[in-house]
Design a protein around this ligand. Sequence first.
Ligand SMILES: NC(=O)c1ccc[n+]([C@@H]2O[C@H](COP(=O)([O-])OP(=O)(O)OC[C@H]3O[C@@H](n4cnc5c(N)ncnc54)[C@H](OP(=O)(O)O)[C@@H]3O)[C@@H](O)[C@H]2O)c1
Length: 220
Amino acid sequence: MTADGKVTTRTLAPVDFTSREDKLHLFRQRALADAVLLGHTSLKRDNVRLGIPSDLQQARINRKKPPAPLRVIISNKGRIASRLNIFQSRISPILIFSTKRMPKKTQAALKTKATLHLTKSGEIDLAAMLEALRSKYNVRRLACEGGPTLFRALLERGFVDQLNLTIAPYMFGGGKAPTLTGLSKEFLPASVHCSLVDMRTIGDECFLSYRIRHPRRRRN
Ligand SMILES: NC(=O)c1ccc[n+]([C@@H]2O[C@H](COP(=O)([O-])OP(=O)(O)OC[C@H]3O[C@@H](n4cnc5c(N)ncnc54)[C@H](OP(=O)(O)O)[C@@H]3O)[C@@H](O)[C@H]2O)c1
C-alpha cells in the first residue's frame, strides 16, 4: 500500500507502484503457500496468472511439493470471463468458489479450465470454503492476495493469521481510493490487534510482517 494507506486508485485501474524487489517478495510468499486466493474484482482488473518463477517452482519440487500453489478464485455472482490470463496458464489447478448464480454458459466455458465449487446459497460461506480447501485439497497455508473487499471479509471473521505489508513511497489521497480494508465507512466489528514480527527496509520501501492477535475464543 501507499504511505497513506491506499492499495489502488479510485478507478481500480491496475497500478504498479512497487519495486521489482516487492514483486519478488510477493512471489516468495506465494511460493510458500499450498494455495493462493484472489477476489474476482482483483482478478478481472489486474488479469494476473498467479504463477511463480521457475526457480521457485524448482525449490518447491525439491521440498516434495507441487511446482506451484493451487489457484483459488472467489466470486458470488460468478460472471468470470474464460478469456482471462489465469485460464491460459496451466502452472497449477484452478478452483473457483462461486454460487449457482453463475450463468450456465459461463459454467460450460470454465468447466474445462477449472474445478467449480458452486453453492446453492447466493453468497459464499467463507468458513465452508476454507474447510473444503483443507479437507479436499489438503491446504494448510492459504495466501490471500486481496483485494480489500475479500481481505476485510476474512478479517471480520477472524480468518487471517498473518499480514505481509509493503509500504511503498507514494501517496494517492482521495476518499474513493480503497485502503487495505476497502472503502467501507463502517468500523470493523472489533479493532484488530497485530504483533510486528518482522520489518525490513530496502531502498525506499518498508516490508512489514504482522501476526494477527485473535481474541481468546470462549470454550462454550
Ligand atoms: N495493492 C495491492 O496489493 C492490491 C492487492 C489486491 C488487489 N488490489 C486492487 O484492489 C482492487 C479490487 O479490490 P476490491 O476490494 O474491489 O475487490 P476484490 O476483493 O478483489 O474482489 C471483490 C469480489 O470478489 C468476490 N468476493 C470478495 N469477497 C467475497 C466473499 N466474502 N464472498 C464471495 N465473493 C467474494 C466478489 O465477486 P463477484 O462480484 O464476482 O461476486 C466481489 O465482488 C483492484 O483495483 C486491485 O488492483 C491491490
